[in-house]
Design a protein around this ligand. Structure first.
Ligand SMILES: Cc1cc2nc3c(=O)[nH]c(=O)nc-3n(C[C@H](O)[C@H](O)[C@H](O)COP(=O)(O)O)c2cc1C
Length: 154
């Protein structure tokens, strides 16, 4: 299996002003648009199982959309994209997650952004923020500033 690394060399947490962002985005590309607007270092979790796997070698914040929530009574089945589950099931990646930002659509009601709640609980990291679709300019400012502030304090 081919392996892609997020960065050519290991970067220590304390040496960077902002976190590496690891994100997933489906073909609709909303999350990718949001991440692009943040303008931070970022690595994308591949869409297809046949694509080279992403393996990171430094702490990161995960940004993930919510999918398929609301399908079951507890709303949680299928809410975390399977590509994200595969990425986090790799211990080499999971050990570096420091926080999660989730995306979704408020039309899904109680299932809004629950992928972030699930990952926060399972990986024991904070659910830092949420945004809808590709994010408003206010979302970009708030989350970008918030991530930088939070990163330098942790
Ligand atoms: C089939 C489907 C199921 C979805 N389920 C949820 C959901 O349960 N909760 C939520 O907040 N958003 C849900 N969404 C909205 C997506 O999270 C939202 O469109 C997001 O921006 C998609 O990101 P992407 O284009 O980067 O993949 C769903 C969207 C689709 C198409």
């Amino acid at each position: 299996m081919a392996t892609a690394t997020a960065s050519g060399s290991a970067v220590r947490h304390s040496e960077t002003a902002s976190p590496l962002l690891v994100y997933f985005s489906s073909v609709s590309g909303n999350t990718a648009r949001f991440v692009e607007k943040l303008g931070m270092r970022a690595a994308r979790i591949p869409l297809r199982a046949s694509d080279p796997r992403l393996v990171v070698d430094e702490p990161f914040v995960l940004i993930t959309p919510t999918y398929g929530g609301g399908q079951s009574a507890g709303h949680e089945k299928g809410a975390v994209p399977k590509q994200v589950i595969r990425f986090l099931n790799d211990e080499r990646n999971r050990r570096f997650i420091r926080g999660v930002v989730s995306a979704g659509n408020t039309n899904f009601g109680e299932a809004y952004c629950i992928a972030g709640d699930i990952i926060s609980r399972k990986c024991r990291v904070p659910h830092l923020d949420r945004f809808e679709l590709f994010g408003t300019p206010e979302d970009v400012d708030r989350i970008g500033d918030g991530l930088e502030r939070w990163w330098t304090q942790h």
